[in-house]
Structures are given as C-alpha cells and as structure tokens.
Design a protein around this ligand. Sequence first.
Ligand code: S3P
Length: 450
Amino acid sequence: MSEFRVKAISKLHAEFSVPGDKSMSHRAAILGALSNGVCTIRNFLPSEDCLNTLNAMRSLGASYDVLAELAGYGPTDLRIHGQSMKLTAPSAPIDCGNAGTGMRLLAGLLAGQAFHTELFGDASLSSRPMGRITVPLGQMGANIETRGKKPGCAPLFIHPAKLRAITYDMPVASAQVKSAVLLAGLFAEGKTTVIQPAETRDHTERMLTSFRVSTRRDGQAISIFGGQTPEACDFTVPGDISSAAFWLVAAAAIPGSRLLIKNVGLNPTRTAILKVLSRMGAHMTEIVHHSEGEPIGHIEIHGAHLTGTTLLIDEIPNLIDEIPVIAVAAALAKGRTIIRNAKELRVKETDRITTVVEGLRSMGADVEEFDDGMEINGGTPLHAAVIESSGDHRIAMAFAIAGLFAKGETIIKDTDCVNTSYPGFAHHLNAIRHERSDSADFTLPMISHA
Ligand code: S3P
C-alpha cells in the first residue's frame, strides 16, 4: 500500500496545470457514446473513476480509439464512436469502482433501456445512498432494485422499462441526481423537469448544449425533451478546479508565495473556493480566456496571512468537494471558520466530516464537530501525524497539503486512492517539496503525455 511522507515548505512559486475535470470527463464519455457520430475528446481525465465510465460505455456498444495517453494511467485524448442513442446490452455487470457520479449518471442512462444491467462498485460506493436516484427514476417508470447489504445501496439491478416524463422537486442539492434524471429524460417521452433546491454544478446542461440537445432553464427548474439525439462534437476538458484547490490552498497559506494554475475550468458553479480563499485574505486573479461552453482560464494566487471565514449556505453545493482542503486552510488561518449546512459530506467517499475532524485533531488543530459540519478555531501550529486516508482520495490529498505546514514528517497512509481523481498528484507533490525553501521560481513539470 503506498503512502505520502510530507515535510513543511516555506515557499511556493510555481506555474502548472492540473489534469482534466472529473465531472466533465464522465459526461463527455456518456454523451460522446450516445451521439450520432465520432467525437474527439481532449484532456480526458484518465483517473479510475472516469476510466470506469468510459469502459462502461464501451461495454454498452460505444468503442473508442486512443489518440494520446498518460503513461501508466490511460487515455487523455480519444475518439469515441457514438451509437446514436442505441445502446446494446453489456455482457457482464458494470464496475463503477469508487465513483458515485459514474454509478448515478449511468443508472439514469440505463433506466429506460430494453435490457437488464447490473451496476456495482467498491465497498465505499456500496454504502452510499442510491435512493436519491431510484426514487425519481422509479417515478418515471424505471424498475431498479438496490440489492446491497445496506438498504438502498448498490449493487443496482436495472430492469427493462419504458419511461415517462416527470417533474421532480429534488430534496437534496445534487448535480448527480439532477443529471441522472435529465439523462433518463432523454429516453422518456415528453418534457422531464428537475427543480433544484439550490444551484448545483451545471456541466450536464452545458454539455448537452454543446451536443446540440436543447434544455430549458427557468429559475432553478431545468427541462429536457425526450427523443433528441446528441450531435457528435469535439470537446476539450479543462483542468479540474477541485484538483487545483489543493495547490491553491497551499499557496494561499504561505505569505509571499505565487502560484499560476493554467487552463483550469472556471465554471461559476465550481468557483466558490476562489471566493472563500479571497475572503480569507489570499490575493486572486482569474483570467478567463475561453468562455464558450465551459469557461476556461488561468488562476493566479498570492499567499497571505489567512483569517477564518464562514461558508455561506448557497456556497456549499458549489464547493462540496473542496471542503476537506478548505478545512485545512481554516486550521492554518487565524480565527474561527464555520462550515455548517454541509451534511452531504457524510455520504461522500467517506464520512468527510468525521475523517476531516479526526485528521485535523491528530495534527493538533482545534476543531468542533457538528452533525452538519464543523467549526475550526485556526492558528494553532500543526504537528506531524500519521493520517489514514480511509481510501478517500480527497482526504489523502487534503492532508498531504496539511503536511506541508506541519512540524515533523506527516505520513498519509493508503494513497493509491488519489488515482480516482488526480493521477500524477504524487508527482506534483514531490516537485513542490523538492523545490522548497529557496527564492527561485520554478515551473512544475507537467505530467508527461506519451
Ligand atoms: C458531481 C457532483 C457532486 C460532487 C461529485 C461530482 C458531479 O456530488 O460531490 O464529486 O459530477 O455531478 P453531488 O451532486 O451528489 O453533490
């Protein structure tokens, strides 16, 4: 089992880009496979989560050719041969690995097919709630059994069904649920509408537009008409701001540092992390250089002495994946940071309220746990600790960042999981660690593409 060993750094001057966006890569694999022709996808994220979705689409009939790959991981540029909405029965159960997004989106896609499918995942995914998708999909006429050891959990047995359009008022602000219902709506007759209680990431809607599938937005209601076939197109996936977040926090918390992250996604439903770090005192500039479809640009950040902040209720869905590393920033900042209304963290890859609170406490931070979040009284110096990732990629990476500020050598255990979202994280972490303490600027090497 691999581990990270991390020591403190005192300077960070770097320019680099992070791998492709996970959310968009899942969606590009799905919509490319449904499309009416050949789609070239560039900067696809070759992480385990997204490769599982890509392989799922291949098992449903959509082949792909690899144009470029990240050695040791998988394709970054590929050509997908779309099936014009006509998927074929897979010959075996589909493995979704650790990916909640993969399983929930695929369930929406498969709910209205004329064949059976089984979706399964690892132990973590098999304990995450699937009722949030089986309920609306059931209202559409889907026949999905959750046969997990835990009620309402995977594996999912999806039986053939004919779907009808519904209007669904989502009880949780979840882009995965919204996307599952919209994808099912593509196979239902009539207009399917999802109403979200708060703004959630809108990659599905934007990507449907790129594939010339029309959707309608009216306030927080998003509608789709069934029977449309996505038109083949080419799509370049921007860098993942959720991966950039680790380095942004590292740079933000070192006064005098400068970091430029290039070609990263700047979709406004994902950028709350930038607002939070600005409120905490970091100096930030966003330069959008491409705003069609998904906004892409550079983020330049200069570090400062951070101060605590309160996360706003509407910001929570917009930065839910960044909360572990924001909690690290909070531990490094002076004063109190309040993270509440974030109960969703308890049903991520791990219970991220508990894993974050326990990890920070073991490094000496003053943290109070609540059912829906935590309060962190920052500014106590951190000391090294042995941190168990519990197989959660974002916990492993967030605590690697905490280790960059702790006295002694922090050891993060069980770090293979970072490959679910950030292949090459260890390579970037090494580069940052070895170029520390002197004043020279350096450019972090890109992970080489074969
Ligand atoms: C995602 C949505 C979020 C996020 C996940 C990716 C997506 O989950 O946590 O990592 O790609 O739609 P919820 O939509 O369940 O909040």
